[in-house]
Design a protein around this ligand. Structure first.
Ligand SMILES: [Zn+2]
Ligand SMILES: [Zn+2]
Length: 235
């Protein structure tokens, strides 16, 4: 059967772990600052031993830590993403490289989803409900295809969900900046949201993921009545 294969070698360079180590900041004057990481995970300073490059297959920047490489660590190179900023709406996805694609719910507080796409194919997703009125969110599920595990994709999907403070980022037309800038502004206003999760599966992988989640507790979802109403209409 015919398969559209990538040229050999290209996939190899794109088959990297992805870390949420990039941060975009919206300044008071409406401009954006991009903050790359200052250290590798082993605390080697990027200024001394890091090299940034562009990974065509992923359409993301990557970072190589030469000290980690010289010490023989296999994870000396990884791709960088800002899960809060680098999200596309379904209609705006480029279908090239690695993309976080937000699929909005039919109504506010209903179940929505963030998919992780590689060249337009979904390889994982997080599902969540968010209520901007009660400032609560429930992370319901994070799933990554078997063949795409151990690359940090689950973490990216969870952080992308936690950055989601409502689905509509349409502001008045005089507001400066594109949709993502408005989303960042919404995120700044959204500090103080309370996130919970549904029950975590009792597998070592799921327990490890739960321990990593930046939440005080996991496994006890707190739905507001807007969410329950929306879910009842949805089913
Ligand atoms: Zn290092
Ligand atoms: Zn609510």
């Amino acid at each position: 059967m015919f398969e559209d294969r990538r040229p050999s070698g290209e996939y190899g360079s794109g088959d990297l772990p992805v870390r949420p180590a990039l941060r975009h900041e919206l300044n008071p004057d409406g401009t954006l600052s991009v903050h790359p990481p200052k250290h590798c995970p082993r605390r080697h300073p990027v200024s001394d031993s890091g090299t940034f490059s562009w990974i065509v297959a992923l359409r993301l920047h990557s970072l190589i830590c030469h000290r980690c490489r010289d010490d023989g660590h296999a994870d000396h190179q990884w791709a960088l993403i800002d899960p809060a900023y680098e999200q596309a709406d379904l209609g705006q996805a480029t279908r090239a490289g690695l993309e976080l694609v937000a699929v909005a719910p039919d109504e506010v507080a209903g179940p929505g989803r963030i998919e992780l796409h590689v060249d337009g194919h979904a390889i994982g997703a997080s599902t969540l409900a968010v209520c901007p009125q009660d400032r609560v969110g429930v992370l319901e599920h994070v799933q990554v295809d078997d063949g795409s595990r151990r690359r940090g994709y689950g973490r990216i999907l969870a952080l992308a969900a936690f950055s989601r403070l409502g689905w509509s980022t349409d502001g008045p037309p005089w507001v400066r900046g594109d949709r993502r800038v408005r989303a960042l502004r919404a995120a700044q206003h959204g500090a103080g949201y309370t996130w919970t999760t549904t029950l975590i599966e009792n597998t070592p992988e799921a327990r490890g993921f739960a321990e990593w989640l930046p939440l005080p507790s996991v496994g006890e979802p707190r739905y507001c009545w807007h969410m329950l109403d929306a879910a009842a209409r949805f089913t």
